[in-house]
Ligand binder design. Structure first.
Ligand code: PEP
Ligand code: MN
Length: 331
């Protein structure tokens, strides 16, 4: 964003007023007598109207980004009666990486509902690195998942892996998950949006925050009723954890951009002993909810067992959320 000053304005005074709005600027000599101010990308969000109302500002010449639909999106999104976002009670989305059988997902749903979880998760169509790994039970698993959720009063979230199946996924879920590997599959983002359902948009494992925000703009432009961001860790050089949980991104998107963010500590950590500490840190950073892979017998899980917590650990996390924010709030 570029700011042009009025001919008689004092540049130092104007930059002070901008700083008071959380906007940090570099000064460039323009064609006229007055410098131009270029706003740093890590500044706070402020509208063109707010800036142009400041004493000494002539006009804002360019917007910083092109995300009109996301800018207009509300900070809290209602998903099947559950509000997610700023100032709301953190939501818990839990369940196995993959839906493994009808009986198992029903038993898990029963336990999770008792713990106070709001959303049942489980993959029917699984993106797997190896084509020989378990790739999910497909459409039948969607039915098992949604039946189990309805039977126990839970909402449903599951991944849409491709355009061919997105409508079938949408018919069974309250929230369509777009996986990390598909964050920039633009035809899929638009097809998921066209279903009119809200979307849980996982961050690509090497995606910048701007790319992630623009992917959300595609979903909304395609027709999605809302987008919830899901930070699940980004790739780094260090194999000790599966990914690096970017809590800066969580604080930025939830606290500065004011969009709902859910954190998935399971895919971030890749190991179950780190899941609860990361979950607590995520809430402290401003996450509006958590997506946690949970399995009754993690050692036997058909996918992502090492990072799955058992039902007792999930119940503990739910109890901590129930007990309320620590002194001073989660953040
Ligand atoms: C998942 O949620 O099971 C999954 C595949 O996640 P991600 O897309 O973040 O890897
Ligand atoms: Mn998984």
């Amino acid at each position: 964003m570029i700011i042009r000053l009025q001919p008689d304005a004092d540049p130092a005074a104007v930059s002070g007023r901008l700083a008071a709005l959380g906007l940090w600027v570099d000064r460039f000599e323009g064609e006229g007598r007055q410098p131009l101010f270029v706003v740093h990308p890590w500044s706070a969000e402020a509208s063109r109207e707010q800036i142009e109302a400041l004493d000494g500002v002539a006009e804002v010449l360019a917007r910083q980004h092109g995300r009109p639909r996301l800018d207009a999106a509300p900070p809290v999104i209602d998903v099947a009666g559950i509000p997610i976002g700023a100032g709301q009670r953190p939501v818990l989305m839990a369940g196995p990486c993959s839906v493994e059988s009808e009986a198992q997902i029903d038993a898990i749903a029963r336990q999770l509902a008792r713990s106070g979880v709001q959303f049942l998760r489980g993959g029917a169509f699984k993106p797997r690195t190896s084509p020989y790994a378990f790739r999910g039970h497909g459409e039948p698993a969607l039915g098992w998942l949604s039946d189990a959720a309805r039977a126990h009063g839970l909402r449903v979230v599951s991944e849409a892996l491709g355009e061919a199946t997105v409508e079938r996924v949408a018919a069974h879920v309250d929230l369509i998950q777009i996986g990390s590997r598909n964050m920039q599959n633009f035809p899929l983002l638009r097809a998921a949006g066209a279903t009119g359902k809200p979307i849980l948009l996982k961050r690509g494992m090497a995606a910048t925050i701007d790319e992630w925000l623009l992917a959300a703009e595609h979903c909304l432009d395609g027709g999605a009723s809302g987008v919830i961001f899901c930070e699940r860790g980004i790739r780094s050089f260090d194999p000790n954890t599966r990914n690096v949980l970017d809590l800066g991104a969580v604080a930025l998107i939830s606290g500065v951009h004011r969009h709902p963010v859910v954190v998935d500590p399971s895919h971030a950590a890749g190991r179950r002993d780190l899941v609860l500490p990361l979950a607590r840190a995520a809430l402290a950073a401003g996450a509006g909810g958590l997506l946690v892979e949970t399995h009754p017998d993690p050692g036997r899980a058909l996918s992502d067992g090492p990072q799955a917590v058992d039902l007792a650990a999930l119940a503990q996390l739910a109890a901590e959320i129930d007990a309320g924010a620590p002194a001073g709030g989660w953040r």
